[in-house]
Design a protein around this ligand. Sequence first.
Ligand code: DC
Length: 222
Amino acid sequence: MSAKRNIVTLDGPAGVGKTTLAKRVAEAMGIAYMDTGAMYRTLGWKLGAQAASLDEAVLAERLAACTFSLSGSGAATVLAVNGVPVGNEIRTEEVGMLASIVAKLPAVRDALKKAQQAMGEATPLVAEGRDMGTVVFPEARCKIFLDATPQERARRRFDQLVSMGDSPDLEALTEQIRQRDEQDRNRAIAPLRPADDAVIVDTTSLDIDGVFEEIMRHVRTA
Ligand code: DC
């Protein structure tokens, strides 16, 4: 495909703020956002860490039994699995780690890539994850890669979990994020990395409004 697709990709490591920003950018553009981390989290939650030892045919069957869909747009976009909206139960760091484990499996990546590309065919999107600009939508019109130090990302995730009523341990969170980074960056298929044509935004010393403005500046000129 040669024409640039009406898709904005936001990739980056755990806790950098991708979901919050994808929502805001989608709202500003009047299009839907696709939280692909939530898709991997849902499969991590449903399949568990033993997914890697499942028989190939059983795994294929379990993946075929999960159908993802998107409805609505902007901040009101809803991601559903088998018609049921994905809820906050997947937002813990433990489920994040399960997601990162199942995300190494070729059958899982293949199934989600197909589902994500089908959603991108159906509607313009802000697509956030790890491999949106490199693998899933290499022809996207605007690609952004967000980064921040692990300490700053752990602090942001800490605030998010507290706002959801959790009482996380900041030191443990920093270590979990570090481990997840290592796993996501070093896996064989679709590792976390910026696309060659992505704009890299270091968000460490920016607040959310500052990052949003910077992203929108690139979106407008892409
Ligand atoms: O963005 P997140 O923290 O919700 O993602 C959870 C995990 O899912 C992440 O550690 C790795 C995996 N993931 C992936 O491999 N590819 C994506 N496009 C999105 C997430």
